[in-house]
Design a protein. Structure first.
Length: 341
């Protein structure tokens, strides 16, 4: 009876442990399974010892019964057989229960393993998806940052271009203002020069008129003094012989210029009037006093192989021409065209 009670208690405890193991979580199942395995091993050992003791007792009883009466032995044998059969049946039932519990445990373990594998796979997939999402988010963030940087660079470039355009516009405005100021100054200078030239012309006209009046008044005296003494003889300077000096070899300026070209290269001629242009003058033409001023005089005519002049006559440069002018009346007495280079 004690053995049957122990077997029942062990089976029930095993079933209770199995039922409890199914309710435990995945982490406590491993510890519970190891404890159950150790308990099973202990129970198996106890059961084996008990079965050994029972076999010894049975063998002792059989020997004792052999010595007793044959009827009693038969009855005892029958009872023993019945008890053995019952014990065998009980042991078979226990073994079947154990096998069922083991199968249940194996099924539970396999299910737990599969569930764990599925859970692990699901967790891995979830982790992979999370990682992919994180990577995608990082990529999107980087793209957004790059787009923001590009937009910022574009805005900066636009601002730079706008600033450059503004600077160019301001520079153009400043240049236009400077040009306007310069043009205004030039116009003012031109107006001043024109005003000064007009004043000078008016002064020259006044002087010319005064001189003409004086000349008219002094013609009588000039006619009286129409001759002058050079130390040897009297000369009449009212008449200029423009043919006789050209026949003289001492005044062959053309050949002399061919040999001494640098002397006849005086440079640019600046007219007394700003907008005045060259005009071919002839003998008998009267010019203004500004054209035969002292700065246009040729004070060393001998250097250019020109004859010496006397009285009111002066050699005057007029562009590349040479004029012999009566400074009292402004009349051109003699002309040499293309004299200078």
């Amino acid at each position: 009876m004690t053995l049957t009670k122990l077997m029942k208690g062990s089976a029930l405890s095993a079933l209770a442990i199995a039922m409890a193991a199914t309710a435990l979580p995945a982490q406590a199942e491993a510890a519970a399974a190891s404890e159950q395995q150790s308990k099973r091993e202990r129970e198996d050992r106890q059961y084996q010892r008990r079965s050994d003791r029972r076999g010894e007792r049975r063998s002792e009883r059989r020997q004792e019964r052999r010595s007793e009466r044959p009827q009693e032995q038969r009855s005892e044998r029958r009872q023993e057989r019945r008890s053995e059969r019952r014990e065998d049946r009980r042991s078979d039932r226990r073994q079947e229960r154990r096998d069922a519990v083991r199968e249940i445990r194996r099924d539970y373990r396999a299910e737990d393993r599969t569930e764990r594998r599925v859970d692990r796979r699901a967790e891995r997939r979830a982790d992979d998806r999370r990682a992919d999402r994180r990577a995608e988010r990082r990529i999107e963030e980087r793209r957004a940052d790059r787009r923001a940087e590009r937009r910022a660079e574009e805005r900066r470039s636009e601002r730079r271009t706008d600033r450059r355009a503004e600077r160019r516009y301001e520079e153009r405005r400043a240049d236009r203002r400077a040009e306007r100021r310069y043009e205004e100054r030039r116009a003012d200078r031109r107006a001043e020069r024109r005003y000064e030239e007009r004043r000078a012309d008016r002064r020259a006209e006044r002087r010319w008129r005064e001189r003409s009046v004086r000349d008219r008044a002094a013609r009588s005296t000039l006619e009286r003094r129409s001759r002058y003494w050079d130390g040897r003889r009297w000369h009449n300077y009212d008449r200029w012989d423009r043919y006789r000096w050209r026949d003289n070899h001492r005044y062959d300026w053309y050949r002399y210029r061919h040999a001494h070209r640098s002397i006849f290269r005086l440079g640019r001629y600046y007219a007394p009037y700003r907008d005045y242009r060259y005009r071919r003058l002839e003998i008998g033409f009267r010019i203004g006093s500004l054209f035969f001023g002292s700065r246009y005089w040729i004070n060393d005519p001998w250097r250019y192989r020109l004859p010496e002049v006397y009285g009111p006559y002066r050699w005057v440069r007029y562009y590349d021409d040479v004029l012999l002018v009566d400074i009292y009346s402004g009349e051109v007495v003699d002309v040499i065209y293309d004299f200078f280079w």
